[in-house]
Design a protein around this ligand. Structure first.
Ligand SMILES: NC(=O)c1ccc[n+]([C@@H]2O[C@H](COP(=O)([O-])OP(=O)(O)OC[C@H]3O[C@@H](n4cnc5c(N)ncnc54)[C@H](O)[C@@H]3O)[C@@H](O)[C@H]2O)c1
Length: 236
């Protein structure tokens, strides 16, 4: 039973993951090497909860209780030692992630599940630096985490059925929809999204259409919300 979740990295994704885990009743340790990033994360989480209160999604009491469930740490071993599940959302850098997982293996509870929010690094490779590759899994949340429903659940070569089931059950409790994917480069989300964004940029470069027009085609024609193809990335 998962009750205590440690989130490593308090940037864009880590603060959103901590928000959602705390919102649905879990004790959360939020860990970062940067004290400034932790402070910013708590401010962001508070601001996002305030917006949810304004919209009537949660009450002020829910918000206060959720924020109280989050404790911040700069020392990894202090933050993870009592956790049932660790969700790593540190910078997308293979050597950083391998270093974190090596350390996690020696400082976490023996039965703790180790998840990573990596967008592209092999789960099997990350699992291989631990002595518990059956308990290592990808939990690829989408940005912004409190809003987006999908969790791409990526099984490494040795991820067990039992661990996959626990992560599926937890995803439901976090009000998300898990989708199981195998461990191939880019998984599904980025394997398809990145070529699409590249094609949008090439379309602009080749003069097929302007930024606004490309986004309008994708919004109105493909039902992609917001500025999807280029508007988000293009800086003239
Ligand atoms: N941003 C997105 O849209 C998005 C979407 C899905 C998945 N991801 C993935 O989520 C992960 C985090 O991305 P992000 O956008 O939140 O990055 P970010 O740069 O906003 O935050 C990364 C945080 O990790 C911290 N960090 C670095 N090394 C650390 C360590 N050893 N221990 C603890 N904390 C450490 C940094 O201080 C920083 O606060 C990456 O693997 C990324 O690929 C990102």
């Amino acid at each position: 039973m998962i009750k205590h979740i440690a989130v490593i990295g308090s940037g864009t994704m880590g603060n959103g993951i901590a928000h959602v885990c705390a919102q649905y009743g879990n004790t959360v340790s939020l860990i970062d090497i940067s004290e400034a990033s932790l402070e910013k994360a708590i401010k962001t989480i508070t601001g996002n909860f305030d917006r949810m209160v304004t919209k009537g999604i949660v009450t002020t009491a829910d918000k206060d209780a959720a924020i109280q469930r989050i404790t911040t740490y700069t020392k990894l071993s202090d933050g993870v030692k009592n956790a049932d599940l660790i969700i790593e959302a540190a910078s997308e850098n293979e050597s950083i992630k391998l270093g974190i997982f090596k350390e996690l293996d020696s400082v976490c509870k023996a039965d703790a599940i180790l998840a990573t929010n990596t967008s592209s690094i092999s789960i099997t490779k990350i699992a291989s630096v631990t002595k518990r590759p059956d308990k290592v899994i990808g939990m690829h949340f989408m940005n912004p985490v409190p809003v987006m429903k999908l969790i791409e659940v990526i099984r490494g070569y040795k991820t067990s059925d039992e661990v996959t089931k626990i992560i599926f059950d937890l995803s439901g409790k976090l009000n998300k929809i898990p989708v199981e994917v195998n461990d191939y480069p880019g998984f599904i989300a980025n394997r398809i999204l990145m070529p699409m964004i590249n094609e949008a940029i090439y379309s602009l470069y080749e003069g097929v259409a302007g930024v606004h027009e490309i986004d309008e085609v994708m919004k109105l024609g493909m039902a992609h919300p917001g500025t999807v193809a280029i508007g988000r990335f293009y800086r003239p």
